[in-house]
Design a protein around this ligand. Sequence first.
Ligand code: GYE
Length: 318
Amino acid sequence: MVRRGVRGLLPAVLAAVVALTPAACGGGDDTAGDAVRVGYSQLSAEGSWRAANTASVRAALTPEHGFELELSDDQQKQEGQIAALRRFIADDVDVVAFSPVVEDGWDEVLREAADADVPVVLVDRGITTALPDAYATRIGADFRSEGRRAGRWVRRNAPGARVFELQGTLGSGAQVGRQEGFDALAGDQVVGAATGGFTRAGGRDVTAAALEAWPDVDLVFAHNDDMALGAVEAVRAAGRRPGVDVRVVSVDATRQGLRALAAGDLDLVVECDPDFGEQLAGVLRRVAAGRPVPAETIVRGDVFDRTVTPEQVEARTY
Ligand code: GYE
């Protein structure tokens, strides 16, 4: 299949980055001596999912729960994340944790962590690596399965649809996995793909360009809700009806996403739950104590279609 990227047609779209306040460490706390010292590099604050994930991590890794957390917001930059990991290693934290912005390119710093005997935990997205024991464990969603769930719905409910795939950050575990999963089931329906960088503005601008490049597109598979909401704006701006002329399928299940689903603007939303701070705390305690952990802890999610109830929508925590 030939795919024409639309990225080249667009001016660079910069994500609005909400700065995170640097974390205060639990210095004065009585329990600080025994606290598990965690250095955590968060990849950014690109949207609602990430904001909820950071809030969940912060709420769980407190001095009251036995943690001293240093959180670094690394603005979608791998170099920034690597620099943060090096700082944490030099500080001799008990565990280094990070949400890798992309999958490749971590081996050197992971080797440094291993040489310094600092265990590493991957949070949310995964990595590809040539090292045998690059990290202790990963906690996060199964992105391939999320993509498959979206693809299965499209295959069953819109087998004739012509799909534009609105990708997340290229090379990120969430993009790669969701695309592989979706394409395994509905790849032959995809007429074009381009990245919206997981942001609402990116989703809007890239979809606007895609609807011009491929006027016969009548379904958008967005790799997250923020981009899906941007896509809905672009569909309307193009004089077409979201959910009728152009269907939109998405991943995350933010409250705003489910509201759009209930309103008929989206057709399907696969849940990806960011609220796993407490599970992460359990994993970090075990790793810090040198106890065995599973290779992966999968955070599971649901699937919502137009039968979503108002109670389900308002019960969302993110
Ligand atoms: O779906 C998206 C965010 O890595 C699972 O990143 C995460 C994704 C999430 O930007 O909204």
